[in-house]
Design a binder for this molecule. Structure first.
Ligand SMILES: CC(=O)N[C@H]1[C@@H](OP(=O)(O)OP(=O)(O)OC[C@H]2O[C@@H](n3ccc(=O)[nH]c3=O)[C@H](O)[C@@H]2O)O[C@H](CO)[C@@H](O)[C@@H]1O[C@H](C)C(=O)N[C@@H](C)C(=O)N[C@H](CCC(=O)O)C(=O)O
Ligand SMILES: Nc1ncnc2c1ncn2[C@@H]1O[C@H](COP(=O)(O)OP(=O)(O)OP(=O)(O)O)[C@@H](O)[C@H]1O
Length: 486
């Protein structure tokens, strides 16, 4: 860790990223590395990046004692600097160098896909924990856990400065495996640039994350997801993903393992038996069949499980340990099941077409409900097609709909709900307060019905006008209702 700037400029030159470096900085050895001026301190190496970057941030970092900066342009601030052609790639090169390439000291499994990344990451961690407790870090949308410390995440894949510091912390905590989610945005913004993944899992890809600052087009989104595979050695791919041929083209030169229901796959799924307490299924692998039992419900979760099982087989984990690892899994806010007087309640994170479709199908298959009550909204400033898609799915699969707040951001909750409602002719109420909407659905439900609370999973905040406002959480809202109605 903490080599000299001369080493870094040589690396940047090798990568074709270096434009120029101030004279005489080769022997400097920065004390810290940051892209956030608020965190800068004496001897810091400050990186100027980002859509909303301002010169004032650099000035603040200089005042706090930064020793040099790296940027795409000379900001005219009295500080030695390195100028580069692509600051996001250079930030990853520099962060890897500064922290001593910690990712290379562990076995890093990267998981990408429109849906199922968090779930699959937790499944694989659970298997690895069964094999060797306490030695696996997880970097997910829900949590950054580096072995001993756990923090709430703000991004699915952290920016390079944070990512490399988490890798370092994991190594220092004695971890030898990391399971991490790799978002399309991470690929677009070069957050994992230069990192190698012994295993990459490609779950699925469907239309999402298009618009605003995310992706300009579906092609760009799909292309970013597929570009991740070039950084992996072995790639585990869902045979049924959309854009399969394109995904396979992105795996050129890699060892590819397919999973799915088709018997030509390397990992074949058969005999799924769904029930309200979990699922049983079998996976065929290298000429043998293995039976599994799990607390997770839904056909899509059997697919997530199979992807993780294949990764575990590749790692050489024995089938008995895998069976143990997946038997009891609890993933907060993902298909969480509750029951009250014959009413089944499902708390889930579904907030787009692919996930919502799968949740409805899983609910119908698992519970054969008399009626489905669906409580959801749609996030402000996110992919607009979600409102149409979720409205159309509710029209097809739900009997009663309650539209409510789900991270409205700067948009008006009622306006968002009205946009969803124009796709629904079934009984549908707009109740902006989420806890009230949940209460209304539970009040109306009868034994044999299912109430789906979708979109927020285990979250305990609502994103409202740039603030994260505390929210009781869907599960606690249900518990409170049960207490008040028992
Ligand atoms: C589009 C995008 O991904 N943006 C992320 C990115 O922004 P950015 O690099 O452009 O930086 P910025 O937020 O414009 O800020 C500029 C820079 O000024 C610095 N700063 C800021 C204030 C200050 O006082 N001093 C200072 O130095 C900031 O630390 C930052 O380095 O880096 C920021 C952290 O440095 C993230 O907060 C921000 O996530 C935004 C909020 C976001 O919502 N991102 C979503 C779209 C995202 O990345 N989602 C994916 C999942 C979706 C998928 O599956 O594709 C994810 O991986 O989470
Ligand atoms: N393989 C899958 N296919 C389709 N839907 C899925 C799949 N796995 C999970 N889901 C649904 O998507 C929701 C989110 O799952 P999960 O958090 O694992 O996905 P993610 O890829 O991490 O999502 P995000 O990018 O929104 O953080 C779940 O609550 C479930 O409804």
């Amino acid at each position: 860790m903490k080599g000299t700037i001369g080493e870094l400029t040589a690396l940047l030159e090798e990568e074709g990223l270096l434009l120029m470096a101030s004279d005489g900085i080769g022997s400097l050895a920065p004390a810290s590395f940051t892209t956030n001026s608020r965190e800068a301190s004496e001897g810091a190496f400050f990186v100027c990046k980002g859509y909303t970057f301002k010169k004032e941030y650099l000035e603040m970092a200089a005042e706090k004692g930064a020793m040099l900066y790296m940027a795409e342009m000379d900001f005219g601030v009295e500080l030695p600097h390195i100028l580069v052609t692509d600051i996001r790639k250079a930030a990853s090169v520099a962060a890897r160098w500064f922290y001593g390439y910690p990712g290379e000291k562990m076995y890093v499994t990267g998981i990408t896909g429109t849906k199922g990344k968090t779930t699959t990451a937790y499944i694989l961690k659970s298997i690895l924990d069964a094999a060797r407790p306490g030695k696996t870090a997880i970097f997910s949308t829900m949590e950054i856990n580096t072995g001993r410390e756990s923090r709430i995440s703000h991004l699915t894949t952290p920016e390079p400065a944070e990512l490399q510091s988490y890798f370092r912390e994991a190594v220092d905590n004695g971890c030898d495996h990391v399971v991490m989610e790799v978002s399309s945005q991470a690929m677009k913004l070069s957050r994992v640039y230069g990192e190698r993944f012994p295993i990459g899992i490609f779950l699925n890809v469907d239309e999402d994350h298009i618009g605003g600052k995310e992706h300009a087009t579906l092609e760009e989104y799909v292309g970013c997801k597929i570009s991740f595979l070039a950084q992996c050695d072995t790639v585990i791919v869902n045979r049924e993903t959309r854009f399969f041929e394109q995904v396979m083209a992105g795996c050129a030169g890699k060892k590819v393992l397919l999973y799915g229901h088709d018997e030509t796959c390397d990992g074949v799924i058969r005999s799924i038996e769904p029930s309200a307490s979990g699922s049983r299924f079998e996976v065929g692998w290298q000429g043998k069949w293995y039976a599994f039992e799990t607390s997770l419900v839904g056909r899509f979760n059997v697919e997530n499980l199979t992807a993780a099982i294949l990764a575990a087989f590749v790692m050489g984990i024995d089938p008995g340990t895998i069976q143990e690892g997946i038997r009891y899994i609890h993933i907060p806010g993902r298909m969480m099941l509750m029951e009250h007087r014959g009413i089944h309640i499902v708390v889930d994170y579904a907030h787009n077409y692919l996930s919502f479709l799968n949740v409805y199908k899983a609910v119908l298959e698992t519970f054969a409900p008399k009626h489905v009550h669906s409580v959801f909204g749609s996030a402000g400033e996110r992919s607009a097609v979600r409102r149409r898609d979720m409205g159309e799915l509710a029209e097809k699969y739900a009997d009663y709909v309650y539209l409510t707040a789900d991270d409205p951001g700067y948009e008006n909750v009622v306006d968002i709900c009205k946009e969803i409602k124009c796709h629904i002719t079934k009984p549908c109420r707009i109740i902006p307060d989420r806890e009230e909407a949940i209460g209304a659905a539970l009040d109306a439900a009868k034994p044999g019905d299912v109430v789906i609370l979708a979109g927020k999973g285990a979250e305990v905040t609502q994103r409202i006008r740039g603030e994260f406002v505390p929210y009781i959480s869907d599960a606690k809202a249900v518990q409170r209702w049960i207490k008040e109605n028992s």
